[in-house]
Ligand binder design. Structure first.
Ligand code: SF4
Length: 312
């Protein structure tokens, strides 16, 4: 990445417009921005995760960096223990050296893929981590695992550093996005962001001799209970905008986390009927490249960030 791009990104701390919220906040002085994140490395966990798509996890798993806070605030967030935008404190703050040490210890076991989970509001930190790894001669395959509420201009800055984009296209319904995630104009923002990701990496996944993806875009979608119309509309939007050759990953493992355990609509898992409706739509639209997680796999995806390894 060019020095001017890094300098530009660092300047965004003073008047932040990294993500579509365009807070223009001074993140170092007052932390009154939406994400309430300053310039430190706020990371809840750096761990091996075997539950991603097989082309990302392989046999050994992927090294995932779980950032705290988020530029969305989904009331049903599966990572709710770490994603809430509290005033940033030192609870999950690591030094860059510490972050790099934890990552390189994992990469030294032979893991080749490094995923950044919810990086949109800590993109400068992500860039600093990748640059530090490069300076130590570590060049893992970089996965940008995002809610898709990203700005095209920011994505252009990280084009040389990211190999695989993994956007979760959550809503084709802006009212739902506002209601559940405080995300105005989500649909168009996410479609623009995913369009930029595809422009950068293409529609086909490049796969190496070990069956692992090395470049491309996989569009995810988490099915929510009682909101199958949204899921069907999401699939239609993907097909309308990007065709049916794009890689799709439909996630049916939703479980109601504690904050919505009694919610009238979100307080249960999806039903078999809901699951089948989504599968039928995937068939109808002619998607061929993709991954579908079974609803029964929900237990395997419930992280507990109080533990050293949240997925054990
Ligand atoms: S990254 Fe945070 S401070 Fe910057 S625009 Fe987005 S929400 Fe606001």
């Amino acid at each position: 990445m060019s020095k001017s791009n890094i300098e530009y990104l660092e300047k965004t701390y003073i008047e932040c417009s990294l993500c579509p919220r365009n807070c223009h906040a001074d993140r170092i002085e007052n932390k009154t921005n939406f994400c309430r994140i300053d310039n430190q490395f706020h990371i809840a966990s750096i761990t091996i995760h075997t539950g991603e798509e097989p082309v990302l996890s392989g046999e050994k798993g992927v090294c995932n960096v779980f950032f705290t806070h988020c530029n969305l605030q989904c009331i049903y967030c599966q990572n709710f223990q770490i994603s809430k935008n509290r005033i940033s404190d030192n609870t999950h703050t690591l030094s860059l050296d510490n972050v790099v040490k934890k990552i390189t210890d994992i990469l030294d076991t032979g893991i080749t893929h490094l995923g950044f989970v919810s990086p949109s509001h800590q993109i400068v930190q992500m860039v600093q981590i990748i640059e530090a790894l490069h300076s130590k001669n570590y060049f893992p395959t970089i996965i940008y695992n995002t809610n898709a509420y990203d700005k095209v201009s920011t994505l252009k800055m990280i084009e040389p550093l990211v190999d695989i984009y993994l956007p979760d296209f959550k809503y084709a319904d802006n009212d739902l996005a506002e209601k559940y995630s405080q995300a105005p104009q989500y649909k168009q923002i996410a479609l623009n962001a995913i369009g930029e990701m595809i422009r950068q990496k293409g529609k086909s996944l490049a796969i190496d001799e070990n069956g692992l993806a090395t470049q491309g875009v996989i569009i995810r979608h988490l099915i929510l209970p009682n909101h199958i119309d949204n899921s069907l509309a999401v699939l239609e939007k993907i097909q309308d905008n990007f065709g049916n050759k794009i890689s799709l990953s439909v996630m049916s493992q939703y479980f109601p986390p504690e904050p919505v355990s009694n919610h009238p609509q979100l307080g249960r898992r999806i039903t078999e009927t809901e699951y089948q409706q989504v599968l039928s739509k995937i068939d109808e639209l002619g998607f061929e490249n993709g991954f579908i997680q079974e609803p029964e796999s929900a237990e395997n995806y419930q992280p507990d960030f109080e533990k050293e390894n949240p997925f054990e």
